[in-house]
Design a binder for this molecule. Structure first.
Ligand SMILES: [Zn+2]
Length: 346
């Protein structure tokens, strides 16, 4: 990747190669009809997508692309034009954020429905308010139902002028191959701990805590910022991680009792998934300790406790696989307590 500096103010931590690529698209005024951003959760995919969408609809860009005089990137996402102001408030009419709807009970539906995509088609077929690009962002493209995907495909097969689709998903194999083949895929990789740490220092946080948060975020800047901006969330996470680690040592009866307390009586599925996700990262830490990669450990604040669980010759990767299977079982409504007990006993 070239050494030249980014020209736009992305306000994004890491991901320079991707930002360079998108800037080049803006510079050339040549866009893919659809982008697919893939990578782990909280890594910054949706943040970049929103920012990119802003640059595309900014009136400065529209003016420059009409004049075709070569775009001066620095002016984009000016924050001052009418479009940028509307956009930042989430009110810009040619930006469509497509998310799962809620059930009557207030919980999110399983899928984005075909009805939602049909409504989107209707919107897109109307003339643009600003005679500008229309940007459609789907942050959880993996939740598109098959019907919704097929309906979306019609849109991809007959591209409307000046419409851009940005799909976001954890993995490219989670979208239908027919959609995937029409997307420009950009893979997001974890950001270095040092880069995240340096950014957190600008947030009025002590060095120790910044390092701790950067480590806990496991290369995912959005996760790190969540810790930095929500102290309660940060401390709660640490407490939970400590609790999960305690499930791994001591007598079995005590461990099962602690598990029962953690699961409580209500909302067990959500709690179990949370425990299983933390357990995955703790097993990864134990695996790292086993091969003396202590500096990569995610739960830095639990380093001593992790060490006391031992560097001995456990096949942690097998445990990780078992937990991944457990997550799958819980998601398919197997009793959460049973799944967790099986993992702790074996
Ligand atoms: Zn603007």
């Amino acid at each position: 990747m070239s050494e030249h500096k980014l020209q736009l103010n992305w306000d994004v931590i890491g991901h320079e190669p991707i930002l360079h690529f998108l800037e080049k698209n803006l510079d050339n005024q040549s866009f893919a009809h659809a982008y697919l951003f893939v990578g782990p959760g909280k890594i910054g995919k949706t943040t970049v997508a929103k920012k990119f969408g802003n640059f595309v609809v900014c009136e400065q860009f529209q003016r420059l692309s009409l004049n075709d005089t070569g775009v001066k990137l620095k002016n984009l996402g000016c924050g001052e034009c009418n479009t940028c102001r509307m956009y930042s408030k989430g009110l810009y009419a040619d930006f469509h954020l497509l998310e799962r709807e809620e059930n009557d009970s207030g919980t999110l539906k399983q899928n984005i429905s075909v009805k939602q995509i049909r409504e989107l088609h209707t919107h897109l077929n109307k003339r643009s308010f600003q005679n500008s690009y229309k940007v459609v962002l789907i942050p959880e493209a993996e939740t598109l139902s098959d019907g919704a995907s097929n309906s979306l495909l019609k849109f991809l097969e007959e591209p409307t002028q000046q419409t851009m689709l940005i799909l976001v998903a954890p993995d490219k194999n989670m979208v239908l191959p027919t959609i995937l083949s029409r997307c420009q895929v950009l893979q997001y990789s974890p950001v270095s701990r040092e880069t995240i740490y340096q950014q957190l220092l600008n947030k009025d946080i002590s060095k120790n805590e910044a390092w701790d948060m950067a480590a806990l975020s496991a290369g995912r800047p959005t996760g790190a910022m969540q810790f930095a901006e929500d102290r309660d969330f940060y401390f709660e996470y640490k407490e939970k991680a400590r609790g999960v680690l305690q499930l791994l040592s001591g007598g079995l009866a005590d461990r099962l009792l602690n598990l029962e307390k953690m699961l409580g009586r209500t909302d067990q599925k959500r709690k179990a998934l949370e425990i299983l996700n933390i357990l995955t990262s703790i097993y990864r830490d134990l695996q790292l300790l086993k091969v003396y990669q202590d500096d990569l450990v995610q739960h830095v604040f639990l380093h001593d406790e992790l060490k006391s669980v031992g560097r001995e010759n456990h096949a942690w990767h097998k445990k990780i696989k078992q937990v991944q299977e457990g997550i799958n079982y819980v998601e398919h409504n197997v009793t959460p307590r049973l799944v967790l007990e099986t993992i702790l006993i074996s």
